[in-house]
Design a protein around this ligand. Structure first.
Ligand code: KG4
Ligand code: ZN
Length: 335
C-alpha cells in the first residue's frame, strides 16, 4: 500500500510517500520559519495561507522524486489535529478532495501519534512495548506504548511544554524563533556550574512535568546579571547552558522513573525537542547503565514532517481504519 501523507498542523508543510513494502519513497518539507520570524512566533492566518501555496507543488515534487503518478497512490493520510485549525483544514481539505477525485481512502492522523512512530522509519526500529517521551512545541508526555493505537498516558506537563519553554526562554534572552536550536547552539559556549537552575517536580513522586517556573527563573537570573552590569555574551551562554541542562536532567529523571515503573528498557524520544543533542546523549548514557536502549528519528523527522504522517496513516489503514468524506479537524485532541 502506498500512502501519501500531508502534515500542515503548524508552520511546516510536509508531504511524503510511504510504501508498506518498500518503505519511504520520497519526502519534502517547506518550513515557514522565515515568514514568522519577525513576529517571534507563528501567526496562524499567515501559516494557513502559506500551506495553501505550498501543498500542491510539494505533492508534485514528492511524486516526481518517487517516480510515481497520482494513479500509484493507494490512500491519503493527513494530520487531523491537534494544531492550528486553519492550518489543519488545508491538509484535511486537500486530502479529502484528492480522496474523492481519485476514489481512494483517506485517514486523519493524530499529530503526536505521527511523532511517536517517526523512529519506526529508521534502520533499527524499536520493538513494542516501549516507553515514549513526546517532547514538542505543544506537548510533553510520557506514554507506555504496547502497539499501534495502544497508548497509556503515564505523565504530562501541567503547564508549558518542553519546546514551548525553550521557545519562551529564548525570546526573553533575545534569541530568534524557534528557540530550541538557538538555545542549544548558545549553550555550547556556556560554562558548566556557573548557574544552577531547579529541576522542577523531581523531588516528589509521579511522572508529571512543570516547565513554566524555569522560564521565570531564567528571566530573574538574566535581569539580575544585567542590573549588575553583566550582560555579556558569555553570561547569556552560561544561562542558556544552565537552562538546557535543567530541562534535560528533569526529562532524564522522569524517563528513568517511567522505565522503572513499567519495567521496560526501551525508550523512544520523539517531537522537536528530541533533536536536542544533550538530551539524546544524556538519555543514551542513562539507558546504557540500565542495559537498555534509546531510539530516535533522524533530526529532520524529529520536527514536523510528512513522512511520520504517511507512516502512521499507513499503519492505521492496514489495521482497517478509514474515515468518511467529512472534513473534521481538532485544535485539541487527546491521543
Ligand atoms: O515537533 P515540533 O516540530 O512541533 C510541534 O509539534 O510542536 O517541535 C517544535 C519544537 C519547538 O519548540 C522547538 O524550539 C523545539 O521543538 N526544538 C528543539 C530543538 N529543535 C527543535 N528544542 C531543543 N533543542 C533542539 N535542538
Ligand atoms: Zn509536531
Amino acid at each position: 500500500m502506498r500512502v501519501l501523507g500531508l502534515e500542515t498542523s503548524c508552520d511546516e508543510t510536509g508531504v511524503a510517500l510511504y510504501d508498506s513494502e518498500r518503505g519511504l519513497l520520497a519526502d519534502a518539507l517547506f518550513s515557514q520559519i522565515d515568514l514568522h520570524r519577525m513576529y517571534g512566533g507563528v501567526v496562524p492566518e499567515l501559516a494557513s495561507r502559506d500551506h495553501v501555496r505550498r501543498a500542491v507543488p510539494l505533492i508534485r515534487q514528492v511524486l516526481a522524486e518517487a517516480g510515481c503518478s497520482l494513479q500509484d497512490v493507494d490512500a491519503l493520510a493527513y494530520t487531523a489535529g491537534p494544531g492550528l485549525v486553519g492550518a489543519l483544514l488545508v491538509g484535511a481539505c486537500t486530502a479529502q478532495a484528492m480522496s474523492t477525485a481519485l476514489g481512494i481512502p483517506a485517514v486523519g492522523v493524530h499529530h503526536m501519534e505521527g511523532h511517536l512512530l517517526a523512529p519506526m522509519l529508521e534502520e533499527n526500529p524499536p520493538a513494542f512495548p516501549f516507553v515514549a517521551l513526546l517532547v514538542s512545541g505543544g506537548h510533553t508526555q510520557l506514554v507506555r506504548v504496547d502497539g499501534i493505537g495502544r497508548y497509556q498516558l503515564l505523565g504530562e506537563s501541567l503547564d508549558d511544554a518542553a519546546g514551548e519553554a525553550f521557545d519562551k526562554t529564548a525570546k526573553l534572552l533575545g534569541l530568534d524563533y524557534p528557540g530550541g536550536p538557538e538555545i542549544a547552539r548558545l549553550a555550547e559556549q556556556g560554562t558548566a556550574g556557573r548557574f544552577t537552575f531547579p529541576r522542577p517536580m523531581t523531588d516528589r513522586p509521579g511522572l508529571d512535568f512543570s516547565f513554566s517556573g524555569l522560564k521565570t527563573f531564567t528571566l530573574n537570573t538574566w535581569q539580575q546579571c544585567q542590573a549588575a552590569g553583566d550582560a555579556s555574551e558569555q553570561t547569556r551562554a552560561d544561562i542558556a547552558y544552565a537552562f538546557q541542562q535543567a530541562v534535560v536532567e528533569t526529562l532524564v529523571i522522569k524517563c528513568r522513573r517511567a522505565l522503572k515503573d513499567t519495567q521496560l528498557k526501551r525508550l523512544v524520544i520523539a517531537g522537536g525537542v528530541s533533536a536536542n543533542l544533550q538530551l539524546r546523549e544524556q538519555l543514551g548514557a542513562m539507558l546504557s547503565k540500565l542495559g537498555g536502549q534509546v531510539f530516535y528519528a533522524r533530526p529532520r523527522f524529529c520536527t514536523d514532517n510528512g513522512a511520520m504522517i504517511a507512516y502512521a496513516g499507513c499503519q492505521r489503514l492496514l489495521a482497517g481504519q478509514q474515515d468518511g468524506p467529512q472534513v473534521a479537524v481538532h485544535a485539541r485532541w487527546p491521543m
